[in-house]
Design a protein. Sequence first.
Length: 151
Amino acid sequence: MFYIIVISWVFLDLISKNYALNNFEEKIKIFWDFLYLKQIYNPWIAFWIEIPTFLLKSGTFLLIIWIFLYYRVELKWEKELKNKNILNISFWLIISGALWNAYERIFNEKVIDFIGVKYFSIFNLADSFITIWATILIYYYYKKWVSDQEK
């Protein structure tokens, strides 16, 4: 199941970026000027945060390994988890987003972004996967920490 989800989301991200390359050269307004589509090349990490290339490539690689190992140790063996399916999906989607962005960054030294939010940033589906599911993980572990503190 893990591999099907990861491959599916990587494939969806790939299709969306190729579609953006061919169709979003000019800005397309979705929600007035606030939400728009326009393809650009981003040499930095999510939300245009600047990091030197060497640190970016090695950090991405180490983060993927850490997430994978953490997933294997923490979730595979922790039987009492109440929301194990949500946590599994969270890890899988974070890894999916990170894998394709890492591939692009390592081999092209830039990532295709195409979803723009005025006064914020331009990003892609992989960035969205990572952000949404990381937020779910943070929320879960925060609730778990609060629960552990009450015991």
